[in-house]
Design a protein around this ligand. Structure first.
Ligand code: AMP
Ligand code: GLY
Length: 421
C-alpha cells in the first residue's frame, strides 16, 4: 500500500504521523516544495499544485491513495485529474471545492441552502462596495472573493479601514485576481469554532470540533498568522451543539452541493461563530484545518487509511468514526519577527527528548549539513499535548514549549487559558 500526501506543513505532518500508525504499514510519500525533516515519508520533489505532475508521479510510483492537504491543489483541479486517470484520492472536486476558493459562491450556496450566516453583498467595482460599507456602517467585514493565503479578510473597525481594504483588494490588487470581487458582510460577535466532517458526497460523519488561535500575541492582539496553536474539543462542545450545527449548517450545504450536480467528497470544514442568535457560518473550507488537523488527528481512534479510503470510495455510511474523549492542546513556536520578516537556519534544541504525551508537528523544521534540526519557516513547530483533561494537555504542551529552544523563538502563553495554569 502506497499513500501520497500533498503539502508540506504541520497539517500534512499530522496526516503522515497518523498514517504511519496504520497496521497496514503503508509506504508513505509527501509532495511538497520544501522537504520537512520528520523522516516519515519519502520526499517527492514535485509541485503539489500542478495536476499533471501529481498524476505522473502517482503513475510512476504506483501510488494507491492520494490525500490532499492544502486548498491550492484542489482549486487547480488535482483531484479531478487523478480521478480521470482512475486514481483514488481524498479531496473534493475542483467544482465542489469552490465553496472555499470563492467566498461569493459560498455565500450563494449558503443562501440557497438556508444556512445561517452574516448578511452580505458581493461587488465587482470598488465604488459600489464602498457605498455599501457606508450604508451598513462599521464594524464591517471585507473579504477578497478568491484564495488569498489566509490574508484576504479584514474585520474593519471603521468605514475608512473598510474602504482601504476594498482599495487594496480591488484597485491595488494586492491579492491578484483573488480581489477582482469582494464580499462585504456584517460583523458577527461570539466564540469561534472549527468543525469538520468526513463525507463521500452521500453520507457524512458526525462533526469533530477544535479551536485555533490566529493572532500572533496573547489576548488575540497583533497581526493574523497561519495559526499559533489551539485545542480540541472546545470545553462547551456536546452532542446537542454537534447535532444543531450538523443539521443547520453542514448537511444543508452538502445537500445543496449535491443538488447542484457537484457533490462534495472530502473533509468539509466549517468555520463558525457561536453568536447570541445561534451558530452562524463564517466560511467553509474544503480540507482539514491547520493547525486543527494537528489537534484532532491525535484523537482519532480509527486507522486514517480506512477513513481516507471510505471518503475516496464511498464508504462513509459504514464507517464507525471514533474520537477519544481526551483533550489536545497545541502551542506553536514561531521564528523571531514572524509574521513579519524572520531569519531561518537557527539550530533547534530539545526536540529529541520531549515528554510522553507530547507530539511535535513540524511546520518549518529543516536539517543542517549534518542532519541536525534547524528553523526553516516563520512557524517552526507545534507541540501538541494529549491528556485526560485540557489542563493536563495544556501543562504538557507548555512544558514542552519551555524545553524546545532556538534563537528568537516566541509563542503565545494563553492557548487554552480556560484550563488554568
Ligand atoms: P478567513 O480568512 O475567512 O478564515 O477569516 C479570517 C477571520 O476573520 C475569521 O477566523 C474570523 O475571525 C474573522 N471573520 C471573518 N468573517 C467574519 C464576520 N462576518 N464577522 C466577524 N469576524 C469575521
Ligand atoms: N485554521 C484555519 C484554516 O486552516 O484555514
Amino acid at each position: 500500500m502506497r499513500a501520497l500526501v500533498l503539502g508540506g506543513g504541520g497539517r500534512e505532518h499530522a496526516i503522515l504521523w497518523k498514517l504511519a500508525q496504520s497496521p497496514r504499514a503503508p509506504e508513505l510519500f509527501q509532495a511538497s516544495v520544501n522537504r520537512t525533516a520528520h523522516g516519515l515519508a519519502q520526499h517527492a520533489d514535485i509541485n503539489p499544485d500542478c495536476p499533471a505532475r501529481v498524476v505522473e508521479f502517482v503513475e510512476r510510483r504506483g501510488i494507491d491513495l492520494t490525500i490532499v492537504g492544502p486548498e491550492r491543489p484542489l482549486m487547480e483541479g488535482v483531484t479531478d485529474a487523478l480521478r480521470k486517470h482512475g486514481h483514488a484520492v481524498m479531496g473534493p472536486s475542483q467544482a465542489a471545492a469552490r465553496i472555499e476558493w470563492s467566498k461569493a459562491f459560498a455565500k450563494e450556496v449558503m443562501a440557497q441552502a438556508g444556512v445561517p450566516t452574516a448578511a452580505s453583498e458581493t461587488f465587482t467595482d470598488p465604488d459600489s462596495a464602498k457605498e455599501c460599507v457606508r450604508k451598513r456602517g462599521a464594524p464591517i467585514v471585507v473579504k477578497a472573493d478568491g484564495l488569498a493565503a489566509g490574508k484576504g479578510v479584514t474585520v474593519a473597525a471603521t468605514v475608512e479601514e473598510a474602504a482601504t481594504a476594498i482599495d487594496a483588494a480591488m484597485t491595488a490588487r494586492v491579492f491578484g485576481d483573488a480581489g477582482m470581487s469582494v464580499v462585504v458582510e456584517d460583523c458577527l460577535v461570539g466564540e469561534e469554532v472549527s468543525v469538520f466532517c468526513f463525507t463521500d458526497g452521500v453520507n457524512a460523519s458526525p462533526l469533530i470540533a477544535a479551536r485555533d488561535y490566529k493572532r500572533v500575541s496573547d489576548g488575540d492582539q497583533g497581526p493574523n498568522t497561519g495559526g499559533m496553536g489551539g485545542y480540541s474539543p472546545p470545553p462547551y462542545w456536546d452532542a446537542a451543539l454537534e447535532r444543531r450545527i450538523r443539521e443547520t449548517c453542514i448537511e444543508q450545504v452538502l445537500r445543496q452541493l449535491a443538488a447542484m450536480g457537484t457533490p462534495f467528497a472530502g473533509v468539509l470544514f466549517g468555520g463558525l461563530m457561536l453568536t447570541e442568535d445561534g451558530p452562524q457560518v463564517i466560511e467553509f473550507n474544503a480540507r482539514l484545518g491547520d493547525p486543527e488537523a494537528q489537534l484532532i488527528l491525535p484523537r482519532l481512534e480509527n486507522d486514517l487509511l480506512d477513513v481516507a479510503e471510505a471518503v475516496a470510495h464511498g464508504g462513509v455510511g459504514a464507517l464507525d468514526l471514533r474520537w477519544s474523549p481526551t483533550a489536545t492542546v497545541g502551542v506553536t513556536l514561531a521564528s523571531g519577527g514572524y509574521p513579519g520578516t524572520y531569519e531561518t537556519g537557527k539550530p533547534i534544541h530539545g526536540l529529541d527528548a520531549l515528554p510522553d504525551g507530547v507530539t511535535p508537528f513540524y511546520t518549518g523544521v529543516g536539517e543542517d549539513d549534518v542532519g541536525a534540526p534547524v528553523t526553516d519557516g516563520g512557524r517552526v513547530v507545534t507541540l501538541v499535548g494529549h491528556g485526560a483533561t485540557h489542563a493536563e494537555a495544556r501543562r504538557l504542551a507548555y512544558d514542552a514549549a519551555a524545553q524546545v529552544r532556538f534563537a528568537g523563538a516566541h509563542y503565545r502563553r494563553d492557548i487554552a487559558a480556560f484550563a488554568g495554569e
